[in-house]
Every structure is written in C-alpha cells, then in structure tokens.
Write a protein that binds this ligand. Structure first.
Ligand code: F6R
Length: 366
C-alpha cells in the first residue's frame, strides 16, 4: 500500500508530479490557451465583481491561502485577506455580499474552517470550497468549488495536498485575471504554458533527494531551525518550518526574510541552521544581504536557489538548486526539498513520520 516506500509521507511527496498533473488535468488547456473550471465559470461574475476575496483555512491549508494572496493580487488585482478560520469566526468579522470567501481544506472537515464559512454564508458572502476529500462537509456547505485531485493523503503531515491546493488556486487566479482583463492575453498564455511545465519540474526537483539526505545528516541533532523567504516564498518558509516541527519535533520558525532584523537575528549563532529560499525575483538582492548578515554571525545557510546561482553558492554552506519557472509558481517547486528535508530529519531521529505525536489528520473539534 506504501508502493515500496518506507512511509506514506515519502510516497505522497513522490506522487506530486502526478497529483499536480491530475489537479491541472482537463482544466488547464495550454494548446487551446484556456482554463476551464465549471465552478469558476458558474460564479465568474461574482469573482470578477468581488470587492474582496477572503481565504479561510488552518495550518498548511492556510499557507496555501497565503500563496494565493500573492497570486490573486498579482494576476486578478483583487484585494485579498487570508484568515485563520479560528480567529475569523470569533471576531464578528465584516462581511458583505460582495465578498467571495474561499475555504481551503484537505479533509473538508476542519471544524473552524467549516464554522467560518457557515458564518460568512449567513452574512451573504459567496462561498467557494477547495477540498481534497470529495463530498466532505466543507465541500457540501459551499456554493461552488473546485476539488484538488491529489488522491487520498494518509500521512498526517500534508504534502501533496498542499501543492494541489496551490495548483488549483493558481488556475483560479489566472482565470479570474483573464476574465477581468487584469492579465493580457499573451501574459495569460505564457503563464498557463509555464504552469503546464510544473509537474515535470517537480519531478526534476525530486531527483535532488540525496542532497536533502546529506543536509539532514548534518543537522538532525540541532534544537532549532529558522526558515526565511520573501514574496511568494514567504509562505513556503512558514510551511517548511511547520513541516519540520510537526514530524521531527525540532523547534522551527518561518519568517519573511526582512523581518529577521526585527528580532530573530538575535537567535543566530554557529548552532543555528537557516533555510533561506533565495530564488531569483524582485527581492533577490535583499535576500543575498540577509544571507551575508547570517554568515557574519556564523549561522549555517541552507539556500534554495535557481540553477547556476554562483553568488549564493559562494556564501552558503549548502545549496539546493531548483529549475527556473515564473516567480508565482516557485512555491510549487521550492516546497519539495523542504518536505524531503523534514522527512529525512524525522526518520533519522526515529520519529513516527506518518503519525506524529499529538496530531490528527482531520481536526473536527476546535
Ligand atoms: C500540517 C497539517 C495541518 C492541516 C490543518 C488543516 O501538515 O496537516 O496543519 O493542514 O489541520 O487541515 P485541512 O486542510 O484538512 O483543513
């Protein structure tokens, strides 16, 4: 049942080229230059005229919402807020009929997320559900939705469900952007053909597993890890830290890289590994300075960079290279080595990776 893998988590990590492809299949049609999604079509006008899009979710699904915030603002030019379902539901939030609320949930059963959409529905918002489990409570409570087609996720730590969520959110953001005219036809077409290449690039990324094994060997006994990223890769830093803490029980924190000097830099010494997602984008130079600041304090740098990045190679202790893609889609690729790193560290520490202590696959109580 584990398909020859030692754990479901590893199997699910390696399934990602397929699960992302399944999520895009029949929806992303690069040859025709279109995206076809029935739920989005049906509620197209609601999306186009939305004054705001609110994402509600918990945990890893909330991180997918953060990636979507960058995508929806860039591609569709709609203001976005990303809410922890648990906070949103208890603070008498301001919701109008012009709001579209997108709930993101692998299980479709998370109590806080379900309660958040029930509340928003009562206030007249349009509810769009992005769930992996077909027929789940959140899917049923939504006006419309789009399933992720990741297949059953057994490992408690979410891996392939996360990348499938990001993939489906990318499709929706691109389609709304096209409908609104926020994306030119040529930019839309180039983005969809790039998105179509992602499963292949994820496959390529999985080939660098050995690198994550050797990094895991060096750092498996530390007590703390820091993860930094900017822009589209800030949520990836949060997700990398969550994945490490939940399965290896090493304390880890993710931060937007620029926040480092507002506090976390005090933690840096020769015992602190810092995973920096430093792919080429608008803020690249700034991330390079962050790396220099960490090195000046003897921190250890594990950098995730674009292929052929010599600048960071000279500064970092370890480098993991990713294939080039559009900045917006980098989270689908940069997440992969961080999943593998957490997995290998947890296995080396003798942890039960598929069933970490104190955690449940679906959190149906608040
Ligand atoms: C992390 C993890 C949890 C879930 C969270 C939301 O690996 O699995 O943080 O992401 O409990 O669950 P869903 O997506 O089922 O609503």
């Amino acid at each position: 049942e584990k398909g020859g893998y030692d754990h479901f988590m590893l199997k699910e990590i390696f399934e990602q080229p397929r699960s992302i492809r399944d999520t895009l299949r029949g929806r992303l049609l690069p040859d025709e230059g279109i995206i076809s999604m029935s739920g989005v079509k049906e509620y197209g006008a609601k999306f186009e005229n939305a004054s705001r899009i609110l994402f509600v979710a918990c945990g890893t699904s909330w991180h997918a919402g953060l990636v979507a915030e960058y995508m929806f603002e860039e591609f569709a030019r709609i203001p976005v807020e990303v809410e922890y379902a648990s906070e949103f539901r208890y603070r008498n939030p301001i919701i109008t009929e012009d709001d579209v609320v997108i709930a993101i949930s692998q299980s479709g059963e998370t109590a806080d997320t379900l309660a958040a959409i029930e509340l928003a529905k009562k206030k007249g918002a349009t509810i769009f559900g992005i769930c992996n489990v077909v027929g789940s409570s959140i899917a049923r409570a939504s006006h419309a939705g789009a399933y992720t087609h990741a297949g059953p996720e057994i490992g408690v730590a979410s891996t392939k469900a996360f990348t499938a969520q990001v993939a489906v959110l990318a499709l929706i953001a691109l389609e709304i952007g096209r409908r609104k005219g926020a994306l030119t036809e040529s930019r839309f077409r180039s983005l969809i053909s790039e998105l179509d290449q992602i499963p292949k690039k994820v496959e390529q990324m999985l080939e660098s597993e050995d690198m994550t094994v050797s990094i895991a060997e060096m750092y498996k006994d530390v007590s703390n890890f820091l993860y930094l990223g900017r822009g589209y890769n800030f949520p990836v830093a949060l997700e990398g830290a969550l994945k490490l803490k939940e399965i290896s029980y090493i304390h880890a924190e993710g931060y937007p890289a620029a926040e480092m000097k507002h506090g976390p830099i005090a933690l840096i010494d020769e015992n602190m590994p810092v995973v920096v997602i430093a792919t080429k984008n608008g803020q690249y130079e700034k991330v390079v300075s962050n790396i220099q600041e960490i090195k000046a304090r003897n921190g250890k740098i594990i950098a995730v960079v674009n292929e052929g990045d010599e600048t960071i190679r000279e500064m970092a202790d370890h480098v993991i290279e990713i294939p080039d893609t559009d900045e917006a889609f980098t989270p689908l690729i940069t997440t992969i080595p961080l999943q593998l790193l957490s997995y290998h560290i947890a296995v080396m520490r003798g942890c039960n990776v598929d069933q970490p202590r104190n955690l449940a696959k679906s959190v149906t109580v608040e």
